[in-house]
Design a protein around this ligand. Structure first.
Ligand SMILES: C[S@@+](CC[C@H](N)C(=O)[O-])C[C@H]1O[C@@H](n2cnc3c(N)ncnc32)[C@H](O)[C@@H]1O
Length: 238
C-alpha cells in the first residue's frame, strides 16, 4: 500500500498508550443516527478533532513539510461560501493534497457530501486519518462515500495510478500551504481542464502560479487564534 518506507518514515509522535481511545459514535437502537442536522454533525466532528488536538498538539514536522491542521470552522465557512456561489458543487470529486489527519476530507465528505480523496506522505498521519474515518463511519449514509486515503507524494502520478485513479480525475484540489508551488505546477500540467485549486493558508494576497488564474479570495476566521484564515481559488487556464 505504501511506497518508500525508508524515505517517508514518520517523525510524528505515536498515540500515547495512556490516553483512552475516542468513543465510536453509534446509531440509535432504531437505526437513526444520533446527530441528524449538518450543524450538529459538524459539532461532533469539530469536538472530536479538538479533543485530538489537545492530546497530540497542533504542530509536527513531517518528512516533507509541516503538519498544522486546518481550522474546521474556517474551512467549512469558506467551502459553504463557494458552494452558495456555485463554484463548489456536490458532484465534484475533491482531493486534499497533504491530508494530514483526515479532518478536511471527513468534513467535505460528511458535511458537504462530496466524494473525497486525501493524499498524505507521512505514514503515521496517514494511519491516524484512517482511524478517524473509522470513527465516523457510522455517520455516513448510503450514497455518501467514505474518504479514500492514499499514502504517498501528491505530486507523484504513481500515487494515484497505484490505486486505479489519476490526478486528472479530481475537480477540486485543496492544499494547506505545503509544497503548494510544486502542486500548482502539477495542476497546471496534469489537472483536468476545469480543475479548481483551493489554496488555504495565512497569506492574504493570492500568489501567482503559471497556468492558473485566481478567481476568488475569501477571508476566513476572526482573531489571531484562527489557523489558516485565507482561501484563494484558482482555475486552470490563462
Ligand atoms: C499544513 S498540513 C495540512 C493537513 C490537512 N490538509 C489539514 O488541512 O488539516 C500539510 C500536510 O501536507 C503533507 N505534505 C506536504 N507535502 C506533501 C507531499 N508532497 N505529498 C503528500 N503530503 C504532503 C504534510 O506531511 C502535512 O501533513
Amino acid at each position: 500500500m505504501k511506497p518508500n518506507a525508508e524515505r517517508n518514515r514518520s517523525r510524528i509522535p505515536q498515540e500515547r498508550p495512556d490516553f483512552p481511545l475516542l468513543p465510536t459514535p453509534k446509531p440509535g437502537a432504531d437505526g437513526s443516527l444520533p446527530h441528524e442536522s449538518s450543524e450538529s454533525l459538524f459539532r461532533v466532528v469539530q469536538a472530536h478533532y479538538l479533543q485530538q488536538d489537545r492530546r497530540l498538539g497542533v504542530y509536527a514536522v513531517t518528512g516533507v513539510g509541516e503538519f498544522v491542521p486546518s481550522s474546521l470552522e474556517n474551512v467549512r465557512r469558506g467551502l459553504a461560501t463557494l458552494r452558495d456561489e456555485g463554484i463548489l458543487r456536490s458532484e465534484h470529486t475533491f482531493l486534499d493534497a497533504g491530508s494530514g489527519d483526515g479532518r478536511v476530507v471527513i468534513l467535505v465528505s460528511l458535511i458537504f457530501g462530496l466524494k473525497t480523496f486525501g493524499v498524505e506522505y507521512d505514514d503515521a498521519l496517514w494511519r491516524r486519518s484512517l482511524d478517524h474515518v473509522a470513527v465516523f463511519r457510522p455517520f455516513y449514509r448510503t450514497g455518501n462515500a467514505l474518504p479514500t486515503l492514499l499514502c504517498g507524494d501528491f505530486c507523484d502520478e504513481e500515487t494515484y495510478t497505484r490505486h486505479g485513479t489519476a490526478f486528472r480525475n479530481f475537480d477540486v484540489v485543496f492544499n494547506y500551504a505545503n509544497d503548494h508551488h510544486r502542486l500548482a505546477a502539477k495542476i497546471a500540467r496534469d489537472g483536468a481542464e476545469h480543475v479548481l485549486f483551493l489554496c488555504y493558508g495565512p497569506i492574504p494576497i493570492p500568489e501567482s502560479f503559471p497556468g492558473l488564474v485566481a478567481i476568488r479570495s475569501l477571508t476566513l476566521g476572526n482573531g489571531a487564534a484562527q489557523r489558516g484564515s485565507f482561501l484563494h481559488v484558482y482555475r486552470k487556464g490563462g
